[in-house]
Design a protein around this ligand. Structure first.
Ligand code: HEM
Length: 77
């Protein structure tokens, strides 16, 4: 069963308030805690704990394949 999380639950996983660092993209929430590139929840000028779908599509020099090696922890509702 897929777990669901609200925006405020996701916001707690911003790398500041809790151990976990989560990022949402196209409705899926990825756990990027083990990434060295998301330390403390920050990745270039972007913060975890949010839906970064439009930021990836407009700002990132890479595509969504960067999420392939990370686990989906739930669905953003
Ligand atoms: C200014 C915008 C951004 C820059 C300059 C940037 C740059 C990079 C670079 C250089 C890498 C590693 C090389 C690669 O895999 O291509 C990377 C990985 C990654 N990026 Fe971004 N990125 C940006 C925005 C974003 C956004 C908005 C997201 C989320 C939606 C994102 C998610 C990721 C993830 C999950 C990885 C993989 C991290 C890992 O493997 O440890 N990036 N990014």
């Amino acid at each position: 069963m897929t777990r669901t999380y609200t925006r405020s639950q996701l916001a707690l996983r911003n790398g500041q308030d809790r151990e976990e660092i989560w990022v949402a993209y196209q409705g899926k929430i990825y756990d990027v805690t083990r990434s060295r590139m998301w330390k403390n929840g920050k990745h270039y000028e972007h913060w975890a704990g949010q839906d970064l779908t439009s930021e990836l599509d407009t700002d990132a020099p890479h595509n969504a394949n960067v999420f392939d090696k990370f686990e989906v922890v739930g669905q953003l509702v």
